[in-house]
Design a protein around this ligand. Structure first.
Ligand SMILES: C[S@@+](CC[C@H](N)C(=O)[O-])C[C@H]1O[C@@H](n2cnc3c(N)ncnc32)[C@H](O)[C@@H]1O
Length: 263
């Protein structure tokens, strides 16, 4: 297993080759089995096939996660209950069933528009795990609405319904050739609260590489993978261009400092 590496291949086989208890945080956004068109993966298994396949990759997630580690699994309505039960059966401890409200869904004619995804948050140990609550605080109603003197000036730990806009097709950060791309802000919250600098973050379903890109920005180590060569190359390019962006920003800062120094 190499740190800060993108792999091309099947996550179950790849994770089998990783050492036991080596990962601090897993974020997984698997295909939801709802017929989304991916480059290689066929997103239309039978109920039993999808259930068994989910169990296989989650068994490897359990094996590779450290005792103090955390796992977050994003999943649609169709299999949210099954994923929750599988995580419990494997021995993980339930912490939150988070609803990611992505503010607007695709317009429907015969039902309400879907505008949420489930995120299952579990830990391997019941008591002992990383939760950096000060890193992710948000302004509270006590502060903003009631001007209450008892309000914690640092804000409050967010509720379990999270509002982040999805990355729509028209957004400039959207990678056009992938159907599902998570917003960086959502990954920022998860990585900041459930890992520390230099920890290892694993995403078995890389897609456009959002988890790896955010882990890198936050000075965590990352490992990710995808079965599609097209998406694998997309992730490599994304990480590479982020690095160039970062270098530009650093050299700009250096220039600013030099200029200030010269004043
Ligand atoms: C929902 S997308 C992940 C999107 C990602 N969270 C992002 O922000 O871009 C799921 C990805 O899993 C990949 N995939 C499906 N089966 C896989 C497997 N067995 N091993 C590795 N990747 C797989 C698909 O090609 C697809 O890109």
């Amino acid at each position: 297993m190499k740190l800060n590496k993108v792999y091309l291949g099947n996550c179950i086989d790849l994770m089998k080759s990783f050492p036991e208890k080596s990962v601090d945080l897993i974020f997984a956004d698997p295909p939801f089995n709802i017929g989304i068109k991916y480059d290689r993966y066929q997103d239309n298994l039978t109920y039993d096939q999808y259930y068994d396949w989910s169990q296989l990759w989650m068994e490897e997630a359990y094996r590779t996660l450290k005792d103090k580690g955390s796992i977050y699994v994003a999943i649609g309505d169709e299999f949210a209950a099954e994923i929750n039960i599988l995580l419990k059966k494997l021995g993980f401890y339930y912490r939150n069933w988070i609803i990611w409200y992505y503010t607007f869904g695709q317009n429907q004619r015969k039902k309400f528009n879907r505008s949420h995804t489930h995120i299952m948050y579990f830990t391997k140990n019941k008591e002992n795990f990383t939760f950096n609550n000060d890193e992710i605080r948000v302004p509270s109603a006590r502060q903003l609405v009631y001007n209450d003197k008892r309000a914690n000036p640092k804000g409050k730990v967010p509720d379990d319904v999270w509002q982040f806009s999805r990355v729509c097709g028209t957004f400039k950060e959207r990678f056009k050739n992938h159907p599902c791309q998570m917003p960086e802000l959502l990954l920022e919250r998860i990585i900041q609260v459930s890992s520390n600098t230099d920890d290892l973050v694993l995403d078995p379903f890389g897609g456009t590489g959002t988890t790896a890109a955010v882990a890198k920005k936050l000075a965590r180590h990352y490992i990710t993978m995808d079965v599609s060569e097209e998406y694998y190359n997309l992730i490599l390019n994304r990480l590479d261009s982020n690095e160039k962006g970062l270098k530009q920003a650093v050299s700009h800062n250096e220039e600013v400092q030099i200029n200030l120094f010269n004043v």
